[in-house]
Design a protein around this ligand. Structure first.
Ligand code: SER
Length: 316
């Protein structure tokens, strides 16, 4: 019987992925955890516990007592926040992953999911359709921690047989939760500003292309990867996955049919250099081949859904 632990459930991805896992496996199979007690209000439909994943003993307790069979470890400090406190970002991103991998090994947890990111690529990686095996020279502490983490995942699989699976998410965009601390956050904020009839001060230049993905595609990709037969998983560090690529200017244009007066002003800050070091677009043929990955949303389809739902969801 499946018993699923979600770590960092209150975050941007966790909020939606936890719900999808509950719908798939049943509310009573899910234990949502977050280091913030305030996240509890999001999880009335399932069990919730406060957990600091850096506290290995507390993690072991939950895994042992709840007979956990799958862990989704989503807690991390993202790219922009990480640059403000690099050592803390390294400690949390790597320390927490090692705690999870160790507990998985010791308690024979059947499957682990851990997100990686397009941030593993760097200034010397191919920019367009960046391949799975591209040269990687990440220059943010977040990217460095994700690349090291990918190697740790592969190591635990090869050495101990821990079935850990991973995706290199692009910027994730949804309307049910806020982004926080990332370089792609403008692409979530933009919908809130437009709905509130406010101007967006964009921290990236108008022609900065980045790989992005609608949240429903990200959730589907995660469920698909985790359901795939073990023998189909040929990539044990982390899979490239692509949804769409666009610039802030194109995003602005996709919103104008709904909000003709919506304005953007460009004031690039330190996040511009991070964005410039990342790919413009991603080649995800391995994910397509191994577990049939196919995104459903492009920019206009995503904008149509978000514009329709976000204002009511946030009671604007
Ligand atoms: N969305 C993330 C960030 O901007 C990328 O993984 O940090």
């Amino acid at each position: 019987m499946d018993r699923i632990l979600v770590i960092g459930a209150g975050g941007q991805l966790g909020t939606e992925l936890t719900k999808a896992l509950a719908q798939k496996y049943g509310n009573d199979k899910i234990i949502a955890t977050d280091f913030q007690e305030t996240a509890k209000s999001k999880f009335e439909y399932c069990s919730f516990q406060t957990l600091n994943v850096m506290d290995k003993a507390a993690l072991v307790n939950i895994v042992a007592q709840e007979h956990i069979t799958q862990i989704y470890h989503l807690a991390a400090i993202l790219s922009a926040s990480g640059e403000k406190n690099p050592l803390q970002a390294w400690d949390l991103n790597i320390g927490s992953l090692l705690n999870v991998l160790e507990v998985a090994r010791e308690y024979k947890v059947e499957k682990i999911f851990w997100p990686s990111s397009i941030a593993v690529f760097g200034p010397h990686s191919e920019k367009q359709n960046t391949p799975q095996q591209a040269y990687k020279d990440p220059n943010t502490v977040y990217g460095i921690s994700k690349l090291a983490g990918e190697h740790w995942c592969e190591y635990y699989f090869n050495k101990y047989g821990v079935d850990v699976r991973s995706l290199r998410y692009p910027g994730l965009i949804g309307y049910k939760s806020m982004a926080g601390g990332g370089t792609t956050d403008y692409a979530v904020d933009i919908y809130h500003k437009a709905a509130k009839a406010e101007k967006l001060i964009c921290f990236l230049k108008e022609d900065t292309y980045l790989p992005m993905m609608y949240m429903q595609d990200a959730v589907n990709a995660t469920l698909q990867l985790m359901e795939a037969p073990k023998e189909n998983i040929t990539i044990r560090n982390s899979y490239n996955i692509a949804g769409m690529s666009f610039s802030p200017k194109e995003m602005h244009e996709s919103l104008l049919p709904y909000y003709p007066k919506f304005e953007m002003e460009y004031q690039p800050d330190f996040r511009q250099a991070i964005a410039d070091s990342w790919p413009n677009s991603i080649d995800d043929q391995c994910a397509k081949k191994d577990w049939d990955w196919k995104p459903a949303f492009d920019l206009n389809a995503m904008t149509a859904v978000i514009v329709k739902n976000l204002p009511a969801y946030f009671k604007y």
